[in-house]
Write a protein that binds this ligand. Structure first.
Ligand SMILES: [Zn+2]
Length: 588
């Protein structure tokens, strides 16, 4: 590709309010343009990077027997089958609705962040027999993102190029094998880009076996919170990590006692007033579970004062899609007092009590009377629950469930989703197959997502220096930056033109800077764009019979004899792309 023909322009300076250096370089190097907050145009150079990743990913998917499908971006809302939006946990609600009036009927189209309902509808029609399973489907598309961060560039853009995949299986073992396949393959790919990645457990089955993971790039500004054990490597999503805390010393239950606690509507104020630690309090959260727009029921969740509720754990336990805080009127309607509420003496609400509260005697809880709390509240003796379960959010310092080392909190950005698709959803859509004996059985499903643009963004943040980007070879938009030194030299242009043609014929992807610019400008742009190799053809080199080659990652400069340039470049790139293979090769 000749730069003179490329839709391309580098910039001296990107916006000064962009704090991320890698994103600055993507803008300045002409890979992407920001057209509005959080919205990006990919210019040809940026598209080349995307396509490199897409090719690598597609190759992996095909190797695993997966088949590519094309799915519509706007989906008829009827694929949701009259379900209230977001009925199944993990399904985001439609982002936009558009109603069109066709020749005969009105139809509502929705912009959904995924294709789960459509895939379920499709598979109900297409998958019938055990002989067809497993089925593995994938697609690339520019998915709308529900959450954006305008200053994060491609890490949280309004739309992002992703690989989505879905797999259908007849049994757990098959599904599990495929999950591990994808997990290992994608982790390898991310590590090939020299980006560190964590396999975070986000769901487990009844037997405690992981059924879904996220691939997280540890980045301290990221909003994804995970807990990690330095002892055994156990890594889990903070919202679902089981809570283990050191056991309390045994205490026998003391008699209930009401105390005045004026202006103590928060745990912090209460603890200051009573001079106790938050772990000696029970915090009652008044919530409303919403199933469909018309079905609402009150829920009181009780967690210990030193923990926070994990809404996800509670939603999964109750099997409800939405939980919202109750209004003061709704709390009073139950007979409770906002700020001084507890389940004591309250009927008409579903009560869920966290395990830690169950095992902590003599806690302080609201008296359901303004300005008063109760001392020595004991679960079982003083109030009952519909469920007792682990509903609290695990924290740094809690104990690892595998080895009891104390856990650390880490933040990051999601690069991949491996596994997890609500089986209840699959059943609701009646996705089933006939087994060899002719019995109907439910199909097991899993979904996968690889965030292509986010990996590009992560690479830009990690692999750059003061001058610009340094692409890992397999992601680089081109292999070689070929440039001429000195202007108006027909001989230099002729040699460079010839090299361009020969390298292209040899399968090397060349970005040819044939502009009539000063050498300084070209060196600057070559460093900014960050291709693995730079090739400079100048009058001095020609008279010596050499070409100057420079590695972008190490800065090493090598003079290569003119006749050897093409084979030298090919071999150097090969070794750079597959250091393991070439090492093996050289020993054989
Ligand atoms: Zn551990």
């Amino acid at each position: 590709m000749r730069i003179s023909q490329l839709l391309f322009q580098t910039m001296r300076q990107a916006s000064t309010d962009i704090a991320l250096p890698g994103y600055q370089f993507l803008l300045r190097g002409g890979f992407v343009r920001s057209i509005s907050s959080g919205a990006h145009v990919f210019l040809p150079l940026g598209v080349q990077v995307r396509q490199q990743l897409q090719r690598t990913l597609a190759h992996l998917m095909e190797e695993w027997g997966s088949q590519e499908v094309g799915l519509p971006v706007l989906q008829p809302l009827e694929v949701m089958e009259g379900q209230a939006t977001g009925t199944f946990p993990g399904w985001a609600a439609p982002l936009q609705h558009a109603v069109t009036c066709g020749a005969e009927e009105y139809r509502t189209w929705a912009l959904l962040p995924g294709h789960e309902p459509l895939i379920l509808t499709l598979s109900r029609n297409l998958v019938q027999s055990y002989r067809q399973l497993p089925v593995l489907l994938y697609l690339f598309w520019q998915a709308p993102e529900p959450e954006i961060r305008t200053t994060w560039g491609l890490l949280a853009s309004r739309e992002a190029m992703v690989l989505d995949a879905y797999s259908f299986h007849s049994d757990e073992e098959d599904l599990d094998g495929w999950l591990r396949n994808v997990l290992d393959g994608w982790v390898d790919l991310i590590e090939r880009a020299e980006i560190s990645v964590r396999r975070v457990i986000v769901d487990v089955n009844a037997a405690g076996h992981p059924t879904a993971y996220r691939l997280i790039w540890p980045w301290e500004r990221g909003e994804y919170a995970l807990l990690i054990c330095s002892g055994c490597g156990w890594t889990c999503d903070q919202t679902i990590a089981p809570v283990r805390k050191p056991a309390l010393s045994a205490e026998s239950p003391q008699p209930l006692q009401e105390v005045a606690t004026p202006d103590c509507k928060t745990i912090a104020a209460l603890c200051t007033w009573l001079q106790i630690s938050p772990s000696r309090t029970a915090k009652s959260l008044f919530l409303v579970a919403e199933e469909r727009e018309t079905v609402k029921r009150p829920v009181i969740a009780v967690v210990r004062g030193d923990t926070e509720l994990s809404p996800l754990k509670l939603k999964r336990l109750l099997g409800v899609p939405n939980l919202r805080p109750a209004t003061e009127e709704e709390i009073r309607a139950l007979g409770a007092e906002p700020g001084y509420g507890s389940p004591l003496g309250i009927t008409g609400a579903q009560v869920v009590v966290d395990h830690l509260v169950v095992h902590s005697p003599n806690l302080v809880a609201g008296a359901n009377r303004s300005g008063y709390h109760l001392l020595n509240v004991n679960y079982g003796r003083d109030y009952q629950a519909s469920y007792t379960a682990d509903i609290a959010m695990a924290q740094a310092g809690d104990l690892c469930p595998s080895c009891t080392t104390s856990l650390q909190l880490e933040h990051g950005v999601e690069l991949g989703v491996v596994g997890g698709l609500d089986h209840a959803a699959a059943q609701a859509y009646h996705v089933a197959y006939l087994d060899p004996s002719g019995t109907t059985r439910p199909v097991l499903l899993a979904r996968y997502r690889f965030y292509i643009d986010r990996l590009i963004a992560a690479v830009a943040e990690i692999h750059h220096d003061a001058m610009g980007l340094i692409w890992p070879a397999f992601m680089a938009p081109y292999d070689v930056y070929l440039m001429t030194l000195g202007r108006h030299s027909p001989e230099v242009s002729e040699v460079a033109d010839r090299l361009h043609t020969e390298l292209h014929k040899a399968g090397v992807r060349v970005l040819y800077d044939d502009r009539d610019e000063r050498a300084g400008v070209k060196f600057h742009d070559a460093d900014l764009i960050g291709l693995p190799l730079r090739l400079a053809v100048g009058e001095r080199g020609i008279s010596e019979g050499t070409v100057e080659v420079k590695w972008r990652h190490s800065g090493e400069v090598i003079k290569v004899a003119m006749p050897n340039v093409v084979p030298w470049i090919r071999e150097a790139l090969q070794m750079h792309l597959n250091p393991k293979n070439s090492h093996k090769g050289s020993r054989q």
